[in-house]
Design a protein around this ligand. Structure first.
Ligand code: PLP
Length: 393
């Protein structure tokens, strides 16, 4: 007797490489002890949340006895919290947006699902840039939508406009970009995004309906060496930004994120009404109360990005000394080096023999590479140096 749907059984069977590595990591740690294993598999921010988050939480505790402190609120979030999102977007991206154009959801993941549910017809397609965040395919399939990867430029991981165009069909309803990028660390320039916007403009006209430019930006705060992360909102009428406080405030488990519509988008009030509904009927109902209070912190604080910058330097040194070929990440907290020998799955197995956990690029649509996250202390990176060296002999 089958309990699971065929689709979900299939998903479990082909479960993501990140999960597989995570589970192998648990087994290795059990066998050898946690300190013996260098785990670079999961992008779970370990840098503590800013102290202000604690202050806000303590203030909120004083309101526990007031009625409705934890009650339902409008499905898009508290009006004051939506205004904070608008203020933040303005501060980060230099664009004037209204709180009415921002919807708060359960992380960027929840925001993306609410958005897909609101705009996609079954059978539609979403193009994403490979290598990509592995969950995109699951989120599209939740809405009977197909995820179609389009390759980025070899070695540099820049946007390849021709390859995006080749992946588009009359069913294309959206193109997702993620910058700073997980897993490659790429940050797209204003020129690249402008070219993409021109393509989407032309294709929207050709196919007779808007194609959304979906900009997934939870790593916007983390760009190194003064690299600029350009705003997509002023560049295209049908641009939307999805983001969260999972990384910049280290609140990944608190599930608070948002979608913000371009102030240039015609009839965006109708889309927002749809988003309010889909946020509710997907079962999120509304974003978490505590998370909305905590996101106030983002107006004046964020995690110490200097910690990530230092780790990036240490990781770059360790990988260089061990003879790896990699591009220095411009943003986010991942390295995406070439797998020696070319077989990323076999190479990650080899690293595992050295008790070093990495994720094969195959899991991100980027075979031949492997991903390392630097959500771990410098001492772990240093400790892995010998394993990296031995595996590359
Ligand atoms: N998009 C990218 C590129 C991510 O790396 C992640 C999480 O790692 C998400 C979206 C989802 O983030 P959230 O915790 O806000 O749902």
């Amino acid at each position: 007797m089958t309990l699971l749907s065929q689709q979900v059984s299939g998903f479990i069977e082909n479960s993501s490489w990140i999960r597989k590595m995570f589970e192998s990591g648990i087994a290795l740690k059990k066998q050898y002890g946690a300190d013996a294993v260098c785990d670079f598999s999961l992008g779970n921010p370990d840098v503590p949340a800013p102290a202000l988050v604690g202050d806000i939480l303590r203030d909120l505790a004083d309101k526990c006895e007031e009625p409705f402190t934890f009650g339902y609120m409008p499905n898009g979030g508290f009006p004051w919290a939506r205004q904070i999102i608008a203020d933040l977007v303005k501060k980060e991206q230099g664009v004037e947006v209204s709180g009415d154009d921002c919807l708060i959801s359960c992380g960027a993941a929840g925001a993306m699902n609410a958005f897909f549910r609101a705009v996609m017809e079954p059978g539609d397609e979403v193009v994403g840039v490979a290598p990509y965040f592995v969950e995109y395919g699951f989120y599209t399939s939740n809405h009977q939508v197909t995820f179609k990867p389009a390759k980025s430029k070899p070695d540099t991981f820049e946007l390849d406009i021709d390859s995006i165009e080749a992946a588009m069909t009359p069913k294309t309803r959206g193109v997702i970009i993620n910058s700073p990028n997980n897993p490659t660390g790429a940050v797209y320039t204003k020129e690249e995004i402008t070219s993409l916007a021109a393509l989407l403009d032309a294709k929207s006209r050709e196919y007779g309906r808007p194609i959304f430019l979906i900009s997934d930006e939870p790593y916007r705060f983390l760009a190194f060496d003064g690299v600029e992360v350009p705003s997509v909102l002023p560049l295209y009428d049908y641009a939307v930004v999805l983001s969260s406080f999972s990384k910049n405030l280290s609140l990944a488990g608190e599930r608070v994120g948002y979608v913000c519509l371009s102030p240039r988008m015609p009839e965006r009030g109708k889309l927002m009404a749809g988003l309010m509904l889909t946020n509710r009927i997907l079962g999120f109902v509304n974003p978490p109360v505590i998370g909305q209070h905590l996101l106030k912190a983002a107006l004046t604080a964020q995690v110490d990005a200097g910690i990530y910058a230092k780790r990036r330097d240490v990781m770059a040194r360790v990988l260089t000394e061990a003879g790896y070929d990699f591009l220095m990440p411009k943003g986010a907290f991942y390295f995406f080096p070439k797998a020696p020998g070319g077989d990323d799955v076999a190479f990650c197995q080899r690293l595992m023999e050295e008790k070093v956990l990495a994720v094969p690029g195959t899991g991100f649509g980027g075979p031949g590479y492997f991903r390392l996250t630097f959500c771990v202390g410098e001492e772990v990176i240093e400790r892995a140096a010998e394993g990296f060296r031995k595996a590359n002999r």
